[in-house]
Design a protein around this ligand. Sequence first.
Ligand code: SF4
Length: 340
Amino acid sequence: MNTPLLEVRDLCIDLPLAQGGLARAVRHLDFELARGDTLGIVGESGCGKSLTALALLGLLPEGARVSGSIRLQGRELLGLPEREMATLRGNRVAMVFQEPMTALNPVHTVVRQVAEPLRLHRGLSAAQARARAIELLERVGVPDAARRADAYPHQFSGGQRQRITIAMALACEPDLLVADEPTTALDVTVQRQILDLMRELVAERGMALVLISHDLGVIARNVQRLMVMYGGAQVESGPTAEVFARRRHPYTQGLLRSVLGGSARREPLFSIPGGVPIAGQWPEGCRFHPRCPIAEAGRCDSFAPPLAATGEGGLSRCHFAQDPHSLQAWHRGPREETGA
Ligand code: SF4
């Protein structure tokens, strides 16, 4: 059997609490990706998506404790000395962040920033790296790239800055691209262009993509597989179209309903009642039970459901995953089309 490009097994992340002690923020996560695979991770803020992304790049906050295994082409990344991790980051594994200005240095020209990983990881000369950086800026659609290469990040629009960070991330042709809410700060038209571009580049270069978003609509159009996270754990996963068609978890149903909204039906916008508890304050039993419309007293508030196969190539962590009738709580009328 071929070794997967990325193999994540039993990943747990504990964060330090202000009052002392640790809170488990990511619990027993398992997934794998082959070259060319695209995986979307969705969930509200505080569900563990971004921590998972940071763990893949060895960028967890100070004081975080991580256990389990993250293997890239069979090589274990957890426990790797920072010196060795730095040779992989921006080289074999790259990241696109939500806010491009956090990834770009305001006092360096854009061409210098795109060229830097090429000099660092590929040993290109200054002239070679500059020429390649301009090619990359052109490829990601920065207008008039050769003439504007020596401009600074603030001289570009938000969408152009995000294209520049994508050029930086792709400079060394990484095996794995992790994009954490890459379009949240952009308007809808630019958002679509950026996502189309990332999808094209991933296919063109045979990379694997992990796309993190709180927006199921974005995920629907851009990834083959979907993992829904709540309470630091995977609550549903499977082929994107299957998850959207079957929605074997009330949280997935609620997220999707809130994305599709009521505008098409002239209904009020839907939101899942309540909020995500802070790490360390999760309830007993199913972590979603205080917000779940079909929670069963004595069962959901006492026993944590296992992650079980749904029979459609997917998994769901709900006591009622095998009972589609009981899972209809948030549906009124025929199900919405997702375009997935
Ligand atoms: Fe809701 Fe119970 Fe399923 Fe949790 S296990 S999602 S509380 S029905």
